[in-house]
Every structure is written in C-alpha cells, then in structure tokens.
Design a protein around this ligand. Structure first.
Ligand code: FES
Ligand SMILES: [Fe+2]
Length: 405
C-alpha cells in the first residue's frame, strides 16, 4: 500500500508548531489552525488517534466475565470485554458478516450476538454460530479467519487503553514519571463509583479541553471561590521529555480546614470544612495535602485527590467539539457507605459547577481561535504544562510524517 500523503499545508503547520515547544518563557501558543481546521483533525486521526494509547475505561467497570465496554472511537466500533479466564480483551465490534456493530453500548453478555442475522461470537471473539450458513459455507470453514480482530490493549494500574497500531511501543515504560504518583492510589484498590456523567457533544477542540484541565492559571478567574483551596501559586511542575506519554503537575491544598479543625464528612459538599468522602488510607501525608492533575493524551485526564480520583475521557468529534465522560474512583470504604449514591451524585453536582464554568470558557476560546486576529500568545509560567503538551503532540506528528516518508 502506498504511504499516505501529508499535505504541504500540514507540513507548514507542523513547522509553525515548533515555536510552541520552546521553554515556557519563550514558547508561543499553537497555531490557531491546530484547533479549528478539519484537515488538521483528519491528520491527527492518523498521527495521534490511530497510533497512541487511548483510554477506554477502568477495569472496575467490567469485574465479571462477560461485562464489556462498547465504544465508537472516531468511527471504529470497539468492545473491551472481561473474558472467562478473568483476562481482558479488546476487539473490533464489527460483525464479520456484513459489518453491523455487535454492541453499541456498555453491557454484559455470555456471547456476542449480532442483531442483524444472529451470527454469534464467544467472549474471545471466535465465531460460534451462523444460522443457515452451512448451505453456503460449512461453519467449520466459515470460522477460519472470521474471529473478531483483536486490538492492542494494555491495563495500566486499572486504566484500560487500546491502540490501533500493531507496532506501537508498550505504554507503561513511557509512564515511569507518573507511576510513583499513582502507586498509593492503586494500593487502595479504587473502583468506579455509581455515577458516570456523559455530557454528550460539547464545544471546544480536544486540545482546548486538555489544556484547560492541565493549567492552574485560570482557576481563580473562571472558578472564583470553588477552587480557592487549590491556589495556582501552590502548583508544582515536573520535567518532561517528548517521549513521556503523560504530563502532570500537582497543587498543594490550602484552606480546606481551619488549623486543627478536623474535616467533616457530610453531604454539604467539599467546601471549607466539609468533604464528602474520608481520605484514602494508603496515601502519604504529602499526598493527602495535594491534588495531582495528569493527562495521558489524547483521551485521558485525571485528578488524584486525597479522597478520590476523578476522570475525564475526552474524545474529539469535530475540530470544534468533543464528547466528555466524567467518572470517579473511590476506595472500598466509600463504596460501602449506605448513602454512596447520594454522595456520588452530590460530588457530580459539585464538579458540574466547575465543568459548566469550563464549558463556557472553552466554547468562547474556540470561537476566538476562529478569528483572523487569533494570536500566537505567550504563556504564563503557571502554564508550564502547555508547552509540554505541545512537545508531546509535535513529536508524535513528526514521527508519523517521518513514517509516511
Ligand atoms: S451483519 Fe452480523 S449477522 Fe449479518
Ligand atoms: Fe477549569
């Protein structure tokens, strides 16, 4: 097959992106075209989405054999299933007969049964039955080469990733800087809570969403009051090299409690002296006093807090919009609380205040980026993570162009 052609326009945008990868005090924001152009998103689909590790869910969402996650990822129907031997397998969900996706939303099954002509597949994707087909082609023969194609899959500390590139490097070795920051959360065996908030299609390029989630500079202005316990000046950053698959920073918590005051766990919400959930027992003193913000681009952003982890799954739909799903990981003692559903809902309501503020911001930024006057702006030192994201992005774009020749 001929190598895909990368247009001169895209090559010129990549050259312009170089200025976005300098040190934070020298870098310029990405060319506006990176956020607004259909051609650039199509290029990203090949360079990023078909080659990088994509977050698809948490292992605790599929605890039993037959539990599965179903998704359509930029046009690829996929299913990630707990198999009978307790493993997890990712496969194309496209039926081998005439391409109807077998499943389109999360669920549980003993077999995958195509709703069109009732071909059936076991949990490993092997074709098991095909009504009336014996007269055309004996089942034994039909089964050869008609299993659901497996997709590369990796389970990183319970976070499930797929990769459409057979030759992709494994994920975990490129997450070594993030690993120590998540280890104590993993020890607590956190599981997805009862609320998953699917916001559907919302405005803003996927990079605007990742950037907004990853910089603390905006928080006093976009989230006055609600975010005061995480002051930008208390943020700390990490060195980053473009081959790192993650970017992270953390912010020390101040002002949750008056000195010597014990936190109260009640349903009033996580304001001055109230938390909805007790602190996670396996965390260090340091971890109990900070919030870690991390992205494993392009799909995953999460924040590891003293009492839970919240997760954003950010999937692009158009240059101007994404699908956003928000979920939370909680410790066992939280999930066993009799009023966990009410607490989880309350937590969602609280997060929704931030999210709505960020929706408005991101929607307007997207509008601004379409302006012919949109700048190549300068970064504040509090936006250290943004040139890091740019370096992550440009490296992968360049790697792809090199492969194309
Ligand atoms: S398309 Fe699935 S059985 Fe026909
Ligand atoms: Fe925000």
């Amino acid at each position: 097959m001929d190598s895909p052609v990368v247009s001169d326009r895209i090559r010129s945008v990549l050259d312009q992106m170089e200025a976005s990868t300098r040190a934070v005090d020298e870098a310029r924001t990405l060319p506006p075209e990176c956020y607004t152009s259909k051609e650039f998103l199509e290029f990203e689909k090949e360079a990023i989405y078909r080659r990088c590790w994509l977050y698809v869910g948490h292992e605790s969402q599929i605890p039993e054999a037959g539990n599965y996650l179903a998704d359509n990822i930029l046009g690829e129907p996929v299913v990630v299933v707990r198999t009978r031997d307790g493993g997890i397998k990712a496969m194309s969900a496209v039926c081998r007969h005439r391409s109807r996706p077998l499943v389109v939303e999360n669920g549980s099954a003993k077999l995958f049964r195509c709703p069109y002509h009732n071909w059936t597949y076991d949990l490993n994707g092997n074709l098991m039955g095909a009504p009336e087909m014996n007269k055309t082609c004996p089942l034994k023969e039909l089964r050869q080469g008609n299993a659901l194609p497996a997709i590369r899959f990796e389970n990183w500390n319970g976070f499930l990733f797929i990769n459409f590139d057979e030759d992709a490097e494994p994920l975990a070795p490129s997450l070594q800087k993030l690993q120590p920051h998540i280890e104590n959360f993993v020890k607590a065996d956190l599981k997805v809570g009862p609320v998953i908030h699917d916001y559907g299609e919302i405005p803003g390029n996927w990079k605007i969403w990742v950037e907004n989630a990853m910089e603390p500079y905006h928080t006093p202005w976009v989230h006055p009051m609600e975010h005061d316990y995480l002051a930008p000046k208390n943020s700390r950053y990490e060195d980053h090299v473009p081959s790192d698959a993650s970017i992270h920073h953390w912010t020390y918590i101040t002002g949750w409690f008056e000195e010597d005051e014990k936190p109260q766990y009640d349903l009033q919400g996580p304001d001055d002296a109230h938390m909805l959930f007790p602190p996670i027992k396996t965390l260090t003193e340091e971890e109990l006093n900070r919030a870690m913000f991390a992205t494993i681009p392009p799909f995953l952003f999460f924040s590891a807090m003293p009492d839970m982890v919240f997760i954003f799954q950010i999937v692009p739909i158009t240059p101007d919009s994404i699908n956003l799903k928000v979920s939370w990981l909680f410790a066992k003692e939280c999930l066993e609380m009799p009023d966990i559903e009410e607490r989880a809902r309350k937590q969602d309501e609280f997060n929704d205040i931030f999210n709505q503020q960020d929706f408005t911001t991101n929607k307007h930024v997207q509008q601004g980026l379409h302006s012919k006057y949109a700048p190549r702006g300068r970064y504040c030192y509090l936006e250290e993570t943004l040139p890091q994201i740019n370096r992550w992005l440009l490296k992968r774009c360049r790697d792809y162009v090199e492969q194309c020749g």
